[in-house]
Design a protein around this ligand. Sequence first.
Ligand code: SF4
Ligand code: SF4
Length: 235
Amino acid sequence: MEAAATQARRFEGPTHGPLWEMVSAASSCLTCNTCSSRCAVAGVHGFDPRKVVRLANLGREQEIIDSQWIWNCTVCGRCEVACPLGVDINKLVRSARGLRPRDKVPGVLHKGVAMCLERGNNLGIPKDEFIWLMGDLSEEMRNEGFGGFEVPIDKTGARLLLTVNSKEPSAEPDDMKFWWKIFHAAGESWTIPSENWEGVNWGLFTGDDEAMHTVVGRLVENYKKLEAKTLVLPE
Ligand code: SF4
Ligand code: SF4
């Protein structure tokens, strides 16, 4: 009897959890290593996309969720484009990130998501400060020889609706001017919304679907309200 029970245990398959439910295509993996050979960060902190797929197949989901590796992945998609069986490695990595408790999301990422939901951008820059900065930079542009330049804020009917990476107004404002100079020289019709202008969606990076949808929804709202033709995400 005991031998039979041991035998049964030996052939028992792995127990899969919620990650497996989301990315069942992992079961077709051949362990061919093509994904890892295409991955620019394979080897960093022991990360290897094939290993992540393998762990998923073995039912060792918690190890994936708790690992540092999944945060090394840039979600560039090179691995899954190369995979002969179309295993959705991006989805696997992103779903694993989403299953990590939010207070265990590394670095400032989750704080940025929470700030964006509360104040409309990842760094919580208030609307009046943002508008003041746009005016100040406009003046700099005019002093640099771009006569009559003014950042068009909340302009209805512009062709381009430009989003902003909050790190630019907070730390690298001159970076925005490169875009503006091109627009000015091209006579482009563009605008920046005064609120909810954040172009970096950390809900996307952290696997937080609800936050991601909210942030995208706000951009779409601005797009419709200002009757723009094209949404520009420089990030
Ligand atoms: S390329 Fe696809 S099949 Fe090959 S090891 Fe990676 S996930 Fe598995
Ligand atoms: S998506 Fe992630 S695992 Fe795949 S190649 Fe890019 S960095 Fe590597």
